[in-house]
Design a protein around this ligand. Sequence first.
Ligand code: NIG
Ligand code: FE
Length: 400
Amino acid sequence: MRQLWRGAAIATMDGTSPWGWMADGALLAEDGRIVWVGPADAVPADARNDEVIDLHGGVLLPGLVDAHTHLVYGGDRAAEFERRLQGISYEQIAREGGGIRATVSATRSATDEDLLHGALRRARALRAEGVTTLEIKSGYGLTEADEARCLRVARAVGAATGQTVRTTALPAHALPPEYAGRADDYIDAVCTWLPRWQAEGLVDAVDAFCERIAFSPAQVERVFEVARALGLPVKLHAEQLSDSGGAALAARFGALSADHLEWLSDEGIAAMAAAGTVAVLLPGAFHFLRETKLPPIERLRAAGVPIAVATDHNPGSSPTLSPLLMIHLACTLLRLTPEEAVAGMTREGARALGLADRGTLQPGQRADLAHFDIDHPRTLAYAFGQRPTCRTWVAGRETA
Ligand code: NIG
Ligand code: FE
């Protein structure tokens, strides 16, 4: 099966020239893989195409990669948002047993169908803005059975929407109430769950929340040791509310990414640079928690740490379903350039998931494509809230 896309500008995002820009481009794929990309007037003449997709303008980009989401949960936290605006902090709410734990109880009491229905709606909303690959974490079940249920739902999302879903086990997200005062016992239990989930094929990576309201570096390390023994890559919610040294710990385990990073230290940056750990920035949580401390963008750039951008969709700190708004906020709030922000949700997002076969438009890559009705990709960062018309293809197949 050979397909030709033409009639649009192309931004390959391959990092070798600004945007990988071609004002009038064409792209050929064979059996779902890109075999040629170039200017429209240079399409190989011998090409016999089974399908020609004339895009009638707009820009063709790599399908967006959302490398950090918590899409599977019950309930919402709109009332908590109101409380925060009455002056009670996110941390204080968490300490009182609300926050993540409120979503845990709503998730435990939701049926599988409820969880799938909610997660599907959210995944489709992401796709409507170009997302063809997304990561989904557990972390709101916090029992062996409820976490596994959430991971199964995450797998079912991918099967239903055609998007690639990478699942991440995040049982070390918060201490469940039944383990109050016994965090180390909870970590012991988590360490016994991971091998069983892996045996069931539920886990692609392991994450934890390293923070004073969550788990200590020593506790996270125990979870990471198990992940390493199982051959599973790790990533970490690190330095979101304080500097706990999480990023350096993650880097020591060769983590795919360390995420949030507002309080990241120079030692953390150096360790990430040496390990090739991607910095995943989450402007939605930064905005929604009215954070004022910026992640150290200049120093990350100077150290050559790859920077990704993700939605962090979750009910407590980032209830957004708009990856394009995150691209915008990455520019206005965090001061990324538009090209860095778009690369953060394509090439670097793929890198943060350890996926080498997508995120740019180059021969050999999967034909995961997003077409937007805009004149230039910088418009994705500029025209916030405008939601351009978008079509997506996964491995050459248009998503419905
Ligand atoms: O990525 N930081 C920890 N986890 C989520 C928030 C979870 C919640 O508040 O429900 C995050 O921001
Ligand atoms: Fe998160």
